[in-house]
Ligand binder design. Structure first.
Ligand code: IPE
Ligand code: IPE
Ligand code: MG
Length: 234
Protein backbone atom coordinates (compact mmCIF):
# COMPACT_ATOMS: atom_id res chain seq x y z
CA UNK A 1 0.00 0.00 0.00
CA UNK A 2 1.00 3.60 -0.60
CA UNK A 3 2.86 5.86 1.78
CA UNK A 4 5.10 5.27 4.75
CA UNK A 5 4.24 5.26 8.40
CA UNK A 6 4.95 8.39 10.39
CA UNK A 7 6.92 6.90 13.28
CA UNK A 8 6.30 10.00 15.36
CA UNK A 9 2.53 9.70 15.09
CA UNK A 10 1.99 6.04 15.89
CA UNK A 11 -1.09 5.11 17.86
CA UNK A 12 0.10 4.37 21.37
CA UNK A 13 -2.57 1.75 21.90
CA UNK A 14 -4.01 -0.58 19.28
CA UNK A 15 -6.96 -2.84 20.10
CA UNK A 16 -7.67 -5.89 17.98
CA UNK A 17 -10.70 -8.16 17.61
CA UNK A 18 -8.96 -11.28 16.38
CA UNK A 19 -11.80 -12.80 14.39
CA UNK A 20 -11.99 -15.44 11.66
CA UNK A 21 -10.10 -18.42 13.07
CA UNK A 22 -13.00 -20.76 12.36
CA UNK A 23 -13.40 -19.64 8.74
CA UNK A 24 -9.66 -19.85 8.21
CA UNK A 25 -9.75 -23.49 9.28
CA UNK A 26 -12.88 -24.25 7.30
CA UNK A 27 -11.28 -22.99 4.09
CA UNK A 28 -8.43 -25.41 4.65
CA UNK A 29 -10.71 -28.33 5.58
CA UNK A 30 -9.22 -28.28 9.08
CA UNK A 31 -11.04 -28.40 12.40
CA UNK A 32 -11.76 -25.20 14.33
CA UNK A 33 -9.10 -25.99 16.88
CA UNK A 34 -6.46 -25.79 14.15
CA UNK A 35 -7.82 -22.35 13.30
CA UNK A 36 -7.49 -21.18 16.90
CA UNK A 37 -3.96 -22.61 17.08
CA UNK A 38 -2.99 -20.70 13.93
CA UNK A 39 -4.56 -17.60 15.45
CA UNK A 40 -2.47 -17.96 18.59
CA UNK A 41 0.69 -18.22 16.45
CA UNK A 42 -0.31 -15.11 14.54
CA UNK A 43 -0.68 -13.23 17.82
CA UNK A 44 2.72 -14.31 19.06
CA UNK A 45 4.39 -13.14 15.90
CA UNK A 46 2.47 -9.89 15.63
CA UNK A 47 3.23 -8.95 19.25
CA UNK A 48 6.96 -9.10 18.60
CA UNK A 49 6.67 -7.12 15.40
CA UNK A 50 4.34 -4.50 16.86
CA UNK A 51 6.87 -4.04 19.65
CA UNK A 52 9.66 -3.45 17.12
CA UNK A 53 7.47 -0.95 15.35
CA UNK A 54 7.06 0.99 18.59
CA UNK A 55 3.49 0.26 19.61
CA UNK A 56 3.26 0.70 23.38
CA UNK A 57 -0.01 -1.07 24.15
CA UNK A 58 -1.88 -3.80 22.31
CA UNK A 59 -5.17 -5.16 23.65
CA UNK A 60 -6.44 -8.32 22.00
CA UNK A 61 -9.81 -10.01 22.28
CA UNK A 62 -9.12 -13.68 22.98
CA UNK A 63 -12.43 -14.91 24.45
CA UNK A 64 -15.62 -12.97 25.06
CA UNK A 65 -18.20 -13.36 27.82
CA UNK A 66 -20.50 -14.63 25.03
CA UNK A 67 -18.05 -17.22 23.68
CA UNK A 68 -19.16 -19.69 26.41
CA UNK A 69 -22.20 -20.27 24.17
CA UNK A 70 -20.05 -22.30 21.78
CA UNK A 71 -19.92 -26.07 21.95
CA UNK A 72 -18.27 -27.52 25.01
CA UNK A 73 -15.69 -29.09 22.74
CA UNK A 74 -14.70 -25.79 21.15
CA UNK A 75 -14.57 -23.98 24.51
CA UNK A 76 -12.34 -26.75 25.89
CA UNK A 77 -10.10 -26.59 22.83
CA UNK A 78 -9.72 -22.82 23.23
CA UNK A 79 -8.99 -23.14 26.96
CA UNK A 80 -6.37 -25.82 26.20
CA UNK A 81 -4.68 -23.50 23.74
CA UNK A 82 -4.78 -20.61 26.21
CA UNK A 83 -3.22 -22.87 28.83
CA UNK A 84 -0.51 -23.93 26.43
CA UNK A 85 0.32 -20.43 25.18
CA UNK A 86 0.37 -18.86 28.62
CA UNK A 87 2.81 -21.57 29.71
CA UNK A 88 4.93 -20.89 26.61
CA UNK A 89 5.00 -17.18 27.41
CA UNK A 90 6.06 -17.98 30.97
CA UNK A 91 8.77 -20.41 29.86
CA UNK A 92 10.02 -18.02 27.21
CA UNK A 93 9.78 -14.84 29.25
CA UNK A 94 13.56 -14.45 29.45
CA UNK A 95 13.70 -13.99 25.69
CA UNK A 96 10.74 -11.68 25.63
CA UNK A 97 10.30 -8.04 26.54
CA UNK A 98 6.51 -7.94 26.53
CA UNK A 99 4.68 -7.17 29.75
CA UNK A 100 1.44 -9.13 29.82
CA UNK A 101 -1.83 -8.23 31.51
CA UNK A 102 -5.09 -10.17 31.39
CA UNK A 103 -8.43 -8.38 31.68
CA UNK A 104 -11.89 -9.86 32.08
CA UNK A 105 -13.55 -12.14 34.60
CA UNK A 106 -11.54 -14.60 36.60
CA UNK A 107 -14.37 -16.51 38.25
CA UNK A 108 -15.35 -18.70 35.31
CA UNK A 109 -12.10 -19.64 33.60
CA UNK A 110 -10.53 -22.86 34.86
CA UNK A 111 -8.69 -22.42 38.14
CA UNK A 112 -5.33 -23.62 36.81
CA UNK A 113 -5.47 -21.01 34.04
CA UNK A 114 -6.13 -18.28 36.60
CA UNK A 115 -2.99 -19.41 38.50
CA UNK A 116 -0.99 -19.35 35.27
CA UNK A 117 -2.27 -15.87 34.44
CA UNK A 118 -1.18 -14.60 37.85
CA UNK A 119 2.19 -16.19 37.29
CA UNK A 120 2.54 -14.69 33.81
CA UNK A 121 1.64 -11.22 35.06
CA UNK A 122 4.21 -11.60 37.81
CA UNK A 123 7.09 -12.86 35.68
CA UNK A 124 6.63 -10.09 33.10
CA UNK A 125 6.09 -7.34 35.67
CA UNK A 126 9.42 -5.61 35.09
CA UNK A 127 9.47 -5.96 31.31
CA UNK A 128 9.93 -2.74 29.42
CA UNK A 129 8.65 -3.81 26.00
CA UNK A 130 5.14 -3.70 24.58
CA UNK A 131 2.27 -4.03 27.01
CA UNK A 132 0.15 -6.91 25.76
CA UNK A 133 -3.31 -6.91 27.28
CA UNK A 134 -5.26 -10.10 26.72
CA UNK A 135 -9.03 -9.90 27.08
CA UNK A 136 -10.19 -13.27 28.37
CA UNK A 137 -13.79 -13.94 29.43
CA UNK A 138 -14.12 -10.24 28.76
CA UNK A 139 -17.22 -8.26 27.85
CA UNK A 140 -17.54 -4.50 27.94
CA UNK A 141 -20.94 -4.61 29.61
CA UNK A 142 -19.79 -7.12 32.18
CA UNK A 143 -16.74 -4.96 32.92
CA UNK A 144 -18.93 -1.90 33.44
CA UNK A 145 -21.32 -3.72 35.75
CA UNK A 146 -18.40 -5.01 37.80
CA UNK A 147 -17.03 -1.46 37.93
CA UNK A 148 -20.38 -0.07 39.09
CA UNK A 149 -20.58 -2.68 41.84
CA UNK A 150 -17.09 -1.79 43.10
CA UNK A 151 -17.87 1.89 42.83
CA UNK A 152 -21.04 1.53 44.88
CA UNK A 153 -19.34 -0.40 47.63
CA UNK A 154 -16.06 1.55 47.79
CA UNK A 155 -16.72 5.11 46.72
CA UNK A 156 -20.00 5.89 48.43
CA UNK A 157 -19.36 9.53 49.22
CA UNK A 158 -17.29 10.56 46.22
CA UNK A 159 -18.62 12.58 43.34
CA UNK A 160 -19.09 10.24 40.39
CA UNK A 161 -16.95 11.44 37.51
CA UNK A 162 -15.65 9.75 34.35
CA UNK A 163 -12.22 9.37 35.89
CA UNK A 164 -13.60 7.85 39.10
CA UNK A 165 -15.61 5.35 37.05
CA UNK A 166 -12.61 4.54 34.86
CA UNK A 167 -10.55 3.81 37.93
CA UNK A 168 -12.80 0.79 38.55
CA UNK A 169 -12.53 -0.61 35.03
CA UNK A 170 -10.19 -3.52 34.22
CA UNK A 171 -8.28 -1.11 31.97
CA UNK A 172 -7.67 1.58 34.60
CA UNK A 173 -3.90 1.39 34.09
CA UNK A 174 -4.00 1.86 30.32
CA UNK A 175 -4.76 4.78 28.01
CA UNK A 176 -7.74 4.37 25.67
CA UNK A 177 -6.99 2.72 22.32
CA UNK A 178 -6.76 5.17 19.42
CA UNK A 179 -7.19 2.44 16.81
CA UNK A 180 -9.44 -0.62 16.75
CA UNK A 181 -8.85 -3.31 14.16
CA UNK A 182 -11.28 -6.13 13.43
CA UNK A 183 -10.39 -8.90 11.04
CA UNK A 184 -12.59 -11.29 9.04
CA UNK A 185 -14.89 -8.72 7.46
CA UNK A 186 -17.28 -8.34 10.37
CA UNK A 187 -18.04 -4.74 11.26
CA UNK A 188 -19.31 -4.89 14.83
CA UNK A 189 -17.71 -4.41 18.25
CA UNK A 190 -19.12 -7.60 19.83
CA UNK A 191 -18.97 -6.18 23.37
CA UNK A 192 -15.29 -5.23 23.22
CA UNK A 193 -14.01 -2.20 25.20
CA UNK A 194 -17.32 -0.35 24.94
CA UNK A 195 -16.27 2.51 27.20
CA UNK A 196 -12.68 2.76 26.04
CA UNK A 197 -13.41 2.91 22.31
CA UNK A 198 -15.43 6.12 22.61
CA UNK A 199 -13.12 8.02 20.24
CA UNK A 200 -11.12 5.25 18.60
CA UNK A 201 -10.77 5.04 14.83
CA UNK A 202 -12.11 1.75 13.45
CA UNK A 203 -10.35 -0.29 10.80
CA UNK A 204 -12.00 -3.34 9.28
CA UNK A 205 -10.22 -5.82 7.07
CA UNK A 206 -11.41 -8.96 5.28
CA UNK A 207 -8.24 -10.80 6.23
CA UNK A 208 -8.90 -13.69 8.59
CA UNK A 209 -7.01 -13.42 11.88
CA UNK A 210 -4.46 -16.24 11.30
CA UNK A 211 -3.43 -14.46 8.07
CA UNK A 212 -3.10 -11.02 9.64
CA UNK A 213 0.52 -9.89 9.73
CA UNK A 214 2.71 -6.87 10.39
CA UNK A 215 2.09 -5.46 6.90
CA UNK A 216 -1.64 -5.48 7.59
CA UNK A 217 -1.00 -3.69 10.86
CA UNK A 218 1.12 -1.11 9.07
CA UNK A 219 -1.62 -0.67 6.51
CA UNK A 220 -4.14 -0.03 9.29
CA UNK A 221 -1.78 2.49 10.90
CA UNK A 222 -1.21 4.33 7.60
CA UNK A 223 -4.94 4.69 7.14
CA UNK A 224 -5.29 5.80 10.74
CA UNK A 225 -2.66 8.48 10.15
CA UNK A 226 -4.60 9.79 7.13
CA UNK A 227 -7.65 10.49 9.25
CA UNK A 228 -8.51 13.69 11.01
CA UNK A 229 -9.59 13.08 14.59
CA UNK A 230 -11.88 15.87 15.73
CA UNK A 231 -13.14 14.66 19.14
CA UNK A 232 -16.37 16.60 18.72
CA UNK A 233 -14.62 19.88 17.94
CA UNK A 234 -14.63 21.45 14.50
C1 IPE B 1 -12.16 -15.73 16.75
O1 IPE B 1 -12.40 -16.61 15.70
C2 IPE B 1 -11.69 -16.45 17.99
C3 IPE B 1 -12.70 -16.50 19.07
C4 IPE B 1 -13.85 -15.92 19.09
C5 IPE B 1 -12.33 -17.28 20.25
P1 IPE B 1 -13.80 -17.32 15.49
O2 IPE B 1 -13.78 -18.64 16.16
O3 IPE B 1 -14.90 -16.42 15.91
O4 IPE B 1 -13.82 -17.51 13.93
P2 IPE B 1 -15.07 -17.41 12.96
O5 IPE B 1 -15.71 -16.08 13.20
O6 IPE B 1 -15.99 -18.55 13.33
O7 IPE B 1 -14.49 -17.55 11.60
C1 IPE C 1 -15.50 -11.65 19.01
O1 IPE C 1 -15.64 -12.58 17.99
C2 IPE C 1 -14.75 -12.26 20.15
C3 IPE C 1 -13.35 -12.60 19.89
C4 IPE C 1 -12.69 -12.36 18.79
C5 IPE C 1 -12.68 -13.23 20.97
P1 IPE C 1 -16.95 -13.46 17.82
O2 IPE C 1 -16.74 -14.29 16.63
O3 IPE C 1 -17.25 -14.14 19.09
O4 IPE C 1 -18.07 -12.35 17.58
P2 IPE C 1 -19.48 -12.45 16.85
O5 IPE C 1 -20.19 -13.62 17.45
O6 IPE C 1 -19.22 -12.63 15.41
O7 IPE C 1 -20.12 -11.13 17.15
MG1 MG D 1 -16.03 -15.03 14.93
Amino acid sequence: MRGVIDGAALPKHVAIIMDGNGRWAQRRFLNRKAGHAAGAEALKKLTREAEKLGIEYMTVYAFSTENWKRSREEVNDIMDLIRKYIQQYIDDSENNQARVFVIGRRDRVPEDIVRKIENLERVTEDKQGIKLIIALDYGGRDEMIRAVKKLCSRAKDEEITESLFESFLDTSRFPDPELLIRTSGETRVSNFLLWQLAYAEFHFTDKLWPDFNINDLKDAIRRFQDRERRFGGR
